[in-house]
Design a protein around this ligand. Sequence first.
Ligand code: ZN
Length: 170
Amino acid sequence: MSVCLYAIINTYPILSTMSHTLESDLRGIIQPCPACGTANRIAYTNLDKQGRCGTCKETLPRITEPVVVSGAEPFAALVSQSPLPVVIDFWAPWCGPCQMMAPEFAKAAAQGAGEAVFVKVNTDDEPHIASQFRIQGIPAFALIKNGKLAAQTSGFQPSARLLSWARQIV
Ligand code: ZN
């Protein structure tokens, strides 16, 4: 395993917030090290690899939680650079079925870890991304493969159904 796949962006332990999502930025997904708490940035281009914590050198676990993507540029960077397919959950805080969908999407992210990256886009905050995908109603889902839109579906669905939909296409 080569080193320096992951850049350390800060050395402060991340306090557990129980948010069950991961943050992202222009270059990658921010993953706290379970051993020492250091926030490691996993570059989008390395999402198919497992790396080590920049501080304690422990092997980092796979991405098993949904990733929150904010802003058109980080979104474009993720979908164009990820070697893994990307499953997007379009949702909004006021949408009841979206709330019901959240734990199912989280389950799909855990069960599909290593196969795809699971991303959440808040359509209230990111209307430009929603309109790019011509989202009519939420929850809605898009599957990106090799940087291109491969499939879309919508409506509440159990994690198993969402996963089998994605696996059928990738
Ligand atoms: Zn560590």
